[in-house]
Write a protein that binds this ligand. Structure first.
Ligand SMILES: Nc1ncnc2c1ncn2[C@@H]1O[C@H](COP(=O)(O)OP(=O)(O)OP(=O)(O)O)[C@@H](O)[C@H]1O
Length: 533
């Protein structure tokens, strides 16, 4: 480790993961971005005979790893769709010669390939490649298979890739080759799915749990240099741009940052507004940009010619810029996993950085219609909304609760944590907010009213937008939507009588003029923390 990788000591759970690798176990490792996952398979790869196959989603990520490994004198190669034919032939020949020299010896004077990187597409599409791997495996020369960004196998995750799901064939093809899955974000449902899709080994009943099955390592996902805050977002677009420009110029006028937006259109608009209003040098990244444009943006950003990249979530894997001082979310993400991953692109160099979410309730309805068809879309979005609306609990603890795994999964678990893992961070918005900044308010009555209005509209076949419901509810007591009177109900509960005129909203088909809402003692259906910000 010291000689080749110039690393003095292990950190987090690296030692344990290396040992489990040397022991030939199936492994799942969930470690934060920049935590040092690569060493945990690269070191065992140089220490064991045979080749370690690494499956990674992006050619740029692969090229970066190969460059570092070759600089360190490690025999590392890549086979991807863009590898030139001549190079492919030479690598195939080297692998073929390794397959013909079974056992522990070296096939060509110590120049065995130690690490072979490929994309999942290569496994899914190249029969020739798979048959070469089978020859290596039959000759006992395929040391292990490493799957980077392994959460991409699960449809329940935020970054599902169909080609990753096809990796289920690996266990079938290579039943005796250990599989290692790496990720920086893997909430419980995704982990469960990942174990199933990749068919990782379960503990054998009756046998020592420490000796069989998959070993699962987690390190605390908390990164102390990231300062999280949720800021109230103006309801009008133009005010949002002004807010964002003011924040960037005040906090990070000369720094590099990313602004994540919901749509391609938003990225263009936000970039233009930041540039005109704040003279901020912006760039745009989304799926419709050509490869040439994307490459140029990466280069300009690295050089500092572009300071702020306004992007959709397409801008993600493969960002290797350490000094990203802030990540702003112009809108909430579809899930908390996505938000954690995206905001985590700040401060990879370990220096203080800001992660800011601009939140307003309207965005929740936009997102909920976008995620309606997704598997568990609602559940995932709700976790994101809870995070955005929570004004009291430390952000670190919210993440820890969300990502903590209940391991009734048949795995041996090792987690690197210390006594402070569950202590508040002390520096996020909620830790630093004074208690005078908010009030606890019982909003049972309001919540009840909203539900009744929606229920009525639904029953009468009406279609009310969120904004309309809000208008109807707010207009209680005024002339437009209806009237409200407070009194005692027949059960002794507080009674609110609301007259709601839904005719205008539901095309005149609604036969609803009066609605009675009675709140009984003990009926508590809504609580809100209302910020005075
Ligand atoms: N034990 C260690 N001591 C010091 N530096 C280390 C150690 N382990 C890894 N590093 C360094 O930390 C940096 C991040 O490591 P690495 O790229 O493996 O992170 P990662 O977990 O793969 O992150 P990502 O999820 O972003 O890919 C690298 O520069 C690596 O050399």
């Amino acid at each position: 480790m010291r000689k080749i990788f110039n690393i003095k000591d292990f950190r987090l759970c690296q030692r344990g993961v290396c040992n489990s690798n040397m022991d030939g176990r199936d492994i799942v490792v969930v470690m934060p971005t920049g935590g040092g996952k690569s060493l945990t398979y690269q070191l065992p790869a140089v220490l064991t005979p045979g080749v370690t196959l690494v499956i990674s989603p992006l050619i740029s990520l692969i090229s970066d790893q190969i460059m570092h490994l070759q600089d360190a004198g490690v025999e590392a190669v890549k086979l991807t769709g863009s590898t030139p034919k001549g190079e492919q032939d030479s690598i195939n020949a080297r692998l073929g010669s390794m397959a013909n020299t079974s056992g522990r010896g070296s096939s060509n004077g110590g120049k065995d390939i130690k690490l072979l990187y490929c994309t999942p597409e290569k496994i899914a599409k190249s029969k020739r490649f798979v048959s070469l791997l089978q020859k290596l495996s039959d000759a006992d020369r395929l040391a292990r298979i490493v799957i980077d960004e392994a959460h991409c196998v699960s449809q329940l995750g935020h970054d599902f890739r169909p080609d990753y799901q096809k990796l289920h064939v690996l266990r079938q093809l290579f039943p005796n080759v250990p599989i290692m899955a790496l990720s920086a974000t893997c909430p419980p449902l995704v982990l469960q799915d990942l174990l199933k899709v990749l068919r990782l080994k379960a503990t054998v009943p009756g046998e020592d749990a420490d000796r069989t099955g998959t070993v699962y390592f987690t390190a605390p996902l908390y990164r102390p240099n990231l300062h999280y805050q949720v800021l109230p977002k103006a309801s009008e677009g133009t005010k949002v741009y002004a807010q964002m420009v003011a924040w960037i110029l005040r906090e990070h006028a000369d720094d590099s940052g990313i602004v994540y937006c919901l749509s391609k259109k938003d990225t263009e608009k936000v970039a233009a507004e930041l540039a005109t209003r704040g003279k901020i040098r912006t760039g745009v990244y989304h799926a419709d940009r050509s490869d040439r444009e994307k490459d140029k943006l990466h280069r300009d950003w690295h050089r500092g010619d572009v300071k702020v990249v306004c992007a959709t979530i397409a801008f993600g894997l493969g960002i290797d810029k350490g000094d990203v001082r802030f990540v702003i979310h112009h809108s909430i993400s579809k899930s908390l996993d996505g938000f954690y991953q995206e905001s985590g692109r700040a401060g990879r160099d370990g220096k203080d950085s800001d992660c800011v979410l601009f939140y307003r309730a309207q965005d929740a309805s936009t997102l909920s219609s976008m995620t309606m068809g997704d598997k568990d879309g609602g559940v995932k979005l709700n976790a994101m909304l809870e995070f955005a609306q929570n004004l009291t609990e430390c952000r670190k603890i919210q993440f820890a609760n969300y990502f903590s795994h209940t391991t009734n999964l048949s795995m041996t678990s090792w987690s690197t944590s210390d006594a402070s893992a569950r202590a508040p961070c002390g520096h996020c918005d909620n830790c630093t907010r004074t208690s005078e900044a908010y009030v606890d308010k019982d909003v049972t009555l309001e919540a009840w009213q909203l539900l009744r209005i929606i229920e009525k509209a639904q029953k009468t076949g009406g279609n009310v937008t969120l904004a309309k419901v809000a208008e109807l509810a707010r207009s209680s007591g005024k002339a437009i939507g209806g009237t409200a009177r407070k009194g005692k109900g027949k059960h002794g509960g507080a009674k609110e009588q609301v007259t709601v005129d839904l005719d205008a909203v539901c095309g005149g088909k609604v036969n609803l003029k009066k609605e009675e809402i009675e709140i009984l003692p003990g009926d508590r259906i809504g609580m809100a923390v209302v910020s005075s910000e």
